[in-house]
Design a protein around this ligand. Structure first.
Ligand SMILES: Nc1ncnc2c1ncn2[C@@H]1O[C@H](COP(=O)(O)OP(=O)(O)O)[C@@H](O)[C@H]1O
Ligand SMILES: O=P(O)(O)OC[C@H]1O[C@](O)(COP(=O)(O)O)[C@@H](O)[C@@H]1O
Ligand SMILES: [Mg+2]
Length: 562
């Protein structure tokens, strides 16, 4: 289905700038003046610009229905697709806009380009081939010429949900300071204890003075929780408190909650901008380059790995096992291993392994002990869960948010290695198991993450002030962009075995790839290849060099050769 839309519905077009003369202040709450039925925007709308129209204004905009299979690649635009984020004017069409006060802020006084051009977009794919379609793009993050909130009318709130992660306090600090220093907003509330705090706790007033030092501490000064998301109660509370900007810091679960809040806000026709700020130590959020706190976690993991290495090399037949976080994604383990170079084997949830027999982990451990006198294994908490649940009493439970509860794979592996060498191989080993997971998660962010958190927070502030809603922020190929929320909830980011990064790790540690027995690995590789091919054909992205056949051949080849 195709619909033609006037570009004036979108704040970023000059057509919408012409609305700025209307200075009527929007009432602070319950702006149910406009029927939600007037809304013709959904958060997963793919806008397709004509190539020529992106250079000229006003432009016709073609709105495609949500099915990505309907995105066509015609010659006019060379397959250019903008995955746009919703804007308040899409359901409150008469909302007045105002000149952005940033112009008068001392911070931006001599900046050459204060405002991001409405035409600026960020490409999802930057490695392209000659003649390949231009593919998916997102709006570039940053300040816009017009804002849809008068600073004195803004009442913002910040909430933190899910597990801890280094850097949350920095994001909180920079939202508060960004709102105040760039836009003159000083009414910011902290919602305590996650989503349930909206309806079960008092708020705290956040001022630049109050948050000045919080980035030096780990955790979240607002407290966090899992579970407790009740959309109706939360939006009732937003309305009752007169909140019109909602900053939600959290992971994939939290973003699902943010999407529900944003939909409910639209349904009620409220002038409330909702933004998610992706947080997870696991780095499992799709689309964005990296999540904040991840870099800090990889760095801090080095301390545990170093300790395990020292313990292992200072005794005869020393075996070190270090468990790191990563429920479904082994990014921390993979990057910590690559960074360390002392690790002999890295085990992640994405790459199944086996213990016994030729090409198995135990054979490799023995080989390393003979060659090197010690061996060091790093494993992500989600690795080998299928084995642990067989041997331990299965815990089929979930946490309050519905996440699967994991069994301790580190303890399981420790026992298996000890049993094997003591009882089967009759060899004396010295094994030390280190679990630094919560110690890593609870530290303050490092310099890199602090800077990254600042950019995220300021991007979020610019986006909400500009009237965008139902979006999340983050770097895509190093450029900060506004991304529709559903893009980060529909899929999680996992280590792709068919990508070169995993091959780099294997080449660095020289560990077994466990391809010999692992039918599962082959299935996974085939699945990834199929996904990639599907993505290339449906998203107008770059086509893969490797058809499925090639991968099957290479897998077979590896099996024979090993
Ligand atoms: N599908 C969902 N719909 C609405 N809220 C959700 C959903 N999944 C999780 N949440 C809420 O998001 C919050 C955090 O989720 P959780 O999975 O624990 O952490 P994270 O956001 O870090 O992944 C919880 O309060 C939970 O109730
Ligand atoms: O003990 P908790 O709080 O449930 O946290 C454990 C989980 O939290 C994480 O650190 C991060 O999870 P989220 O990003 O979903 O919050 C996982 O790696 C880990 O499995
Ligand atoms: Mg999560």
């Amino acid at each position: 289905m195709e619909l033609s839309l006037s570009s004036s519905l979108h704040s970023t077009t000059p057509a919408s700038f012409s609305l700025s003369t209307n200075s009527t202040s929007p009432p602070r709450q319950n702006l149910g003046l406009f029927s939600a039925a007037a809304s013709n925007f959904s958060s997963r709308v793919l806008l397709k610009f004509n190539k020529s129209s992106i250079l000229r204004q006003p432009r016709p905009v073609v709105v495609k229905s949500q099915s990505s299979s309907e995105i066509t690649n015609d010659n006019d635009d060379h397959g250019f697709v903008l995955e746009d984020v919703p804007h308040l004017t899409s359901f409150l069409p008469d909302l007045p806009s105002y000149p952005n006060p940033l112009k008068y802020s001392q911070a931006y006084a001599i900046v050459k380009n204060t405002f991001v051009s409405p035409e600026d977009v960020v490409a999802q794919q930057i490695v392209v081939q000659k003649g390949s379609p231009r593919g998916i793009h997102f709006r570039r993050a940053g300040p816009r010429e017009k804002v849809y909130f008068k600073p004195e009318q803004v009442r913002a709130c910040i909430v933190t949900c899910g597990g801890l992660c280094p850097g949350i306090n920095t994001v909180i600090r920079e939202i508060v300071c960004g709102l105040h220093n760039m836009y003159g907003v000083d009414d910011v509330l902290g919602i305590q204890g996650g989503y349930r705090g909206f309806y079960s706790q008092n708020t705290i007033k956040l001022t630049p003075k109050l948050v000045n030092d919080i980035h030096k501490r780990g955790g979240t000064c607002l407290q966090t929780s899992r579970g407790g998301h009740d959309t109706k109660k939360i939006v009732d509370n937003i309305q009752d408190r007169g909140i019109n900007q909602v900053y939600i810091i959290g992971g994939d679960g939290t973003h699902k909650g943010a999407a529900a809040i944003s939909k409910e806000v639209e349904k009620r026709g409220l002038q409330v901008a909702v933004v998610g700020i992706p947080k997870t130590i696991d780095n499992d959020i799709a689309v964005i380059d990296k999540s904040f706190g991840f870099d800090t976690a990889v760095e801090e993991a080095q301390r545990a790995i170093n300790a395990a290495h020292v313990e292992a090399e200072c005794v005869a037949n020393g075996v070190g096992i270090v468990k790191l976080m990563g429920r479904y994604s082994g990014f921390i383990a993979m990057f910590a291993t690559l960074a360390s170079r002392d690790v002999d084997c890295c085990l992640i949830p994405e790459s199944p392994f086996y213990l016994e027999g030729q090409g198995g982990l135990l054979e490799y451990v023995e080989q390393r002990l003979k060659e090197n006198g010690h061996v060091l294994i790093v494993l992500a908490e989600g690795a080998g869960q299928e084995y642990v649940s067989q041997s331990a009493q299965a815990v089929n439970g979930t946490d309050a948010s519905g996440n699967r509860l994991l069994l301790d794979v580190g303890l399981w592996l420790t026992q298996e290695v000890k049993d094997h060498f003591t009882n089967v191989r009759k060899m004396e080993i010295n094994l030390k198991y280190i679990d630094p997971t919560y110690m890593i998660r609870a530290i303050p962010s490092n310099a890199y993450d602090n800077i990254y958190c600042t950019l995220l927070a300021q991007s979020a502030v610019h986006g909400t002030m500009a009237g965008y809603t139902g979006f999340t922020v983050g770097p895509v190929n190093s450029r900060h962009a506004y991304i529709p929320i559903n893009r980060v909830t529909e899929k999680t980011n996992t280590v792709r075995l068919t990508d070169r990064m995993w091959a780099r790790l294997l080449a660095s540690t020289n560990q077994p790839s466990f391809l010999q027995k692992c039918e599962i690995v082959r299935e996974r590789v085939d699945k990834e290849t199929m996904e990639e091919a599907k993505q290339a054909s449906t998203s107008n992205g770059v086509r893969s060099h490797y058809p499925m056949k090639t991968f099957q051949f290479r897998t077979k080849y590896l099996t024979k050769a090993s």
